[in-house]
Design a protein around this ligand. Structure first.
Ligand SMILES: [Zn+2]
Length: 238
């Protein structure tokens, strides 16, 4: 977010106000100013591919490449050292699954997991986040001439990656896709309707046996079986 133009008097008054705030007031103020806290509370719309009690994964509105995902803790933390241990673990666990969903769902040939920790490291938002960026040989990473924010592309990513992610996490509900074999009676949400059928077919990994889809575990405590194969590893290094 770009800083607004303010006069020195306004700045002094503002700093005085901040100084007199209790830690609780300061935390509330930070949240109120934070665009990502507003996304989390739903005040600002976003394209979410995943959400749980502790975190949300959304498509970057200004992506480095198609499928650039931001994984954001729901609590406001500015930098990584502030994160509680359980949350660090949780974010990396989910980030790992997102990486895998990008590899499978978007047929990415690699991913970058990126954290900008502090201004000098390129951190632009004051809300900690983990970037998961799908890569392809010869991609134009950081080439922003390309139109990456159109709705069709976002929907493609939502279907392809959201789907694969649910599968990897063993989540049956909130399916992004309209899949014949699962819950045919379920009314898809508006975004799902716009997805083209051929895009849904494309995301099907060719080497995977069909039955795998049906045995997505109900039980959260059970580790999803399908995670990473030697083929996946080989495909990243060829
Ligand atoms: Zn925030």
């Amino acid at each position: 977010m770009s800083e607004q133009e303010i006069t020195p008097e306004q700045r002094a008054a503002f700093e005085e106000k901040l100084k007199n705030m209790s830690p609780e007031e300061l935390a509330a103020f930070q949240k109120q100013q934070c665009i990502f806290c507003q996304i989390i509370s739903g005040k600002i719309p976003s394209k979410a591919i995943y959400s749980d009690e502790h975190c949300i994964a959304i498509l970057d509105i200004n992506p480095a490449v198609k499928g650039h995902v931001l994984l954001i803790p729901k609590e406001h933390y500015a930098i990584m050292p502030q994160l509680p241990e359980f949350l660090t673990e949780h974010l990396f666990t989910i980030g790992k699954k997102i990486s895998q969903a990008l590899l499978r769902g978007l047929k990415a040939s690699g991913t970058n997991i990126f954290i900008a920790n502090g201004l000098a490291a390129g951190q632009r938002a004051q809300h900690f986040m983990l970037h998961v960026i799908p890569r392809k040989e010869g991609d134009k990473l950081l080439n922003l001439d390309e139109q990456l924010t159109d709705k069709e592309m976002q929907n493609h990513v939502l279907v392809a990656v959201g789907n694969k992610l649910n599968e990897l996490l063993g989540i049956k509900k909130d399916k992004v896709e309209v899949q014949k074999t699962l819950e045919p009676e379920k009314e898809p949400e508006s975004e799902e309707k716009e997805a083209k059928p051929e895009e849904q077919e494309k995301e099907e990994p060719e080497e995977e046996p069909k039955e795998k889809e049906k045995e997505t575990p109900d039980d959260d405590s059970e580790e999803p079986k399908e995670d990473v194969s030697l083929d996946d590893i080989a495909s990243l290094f060829k």
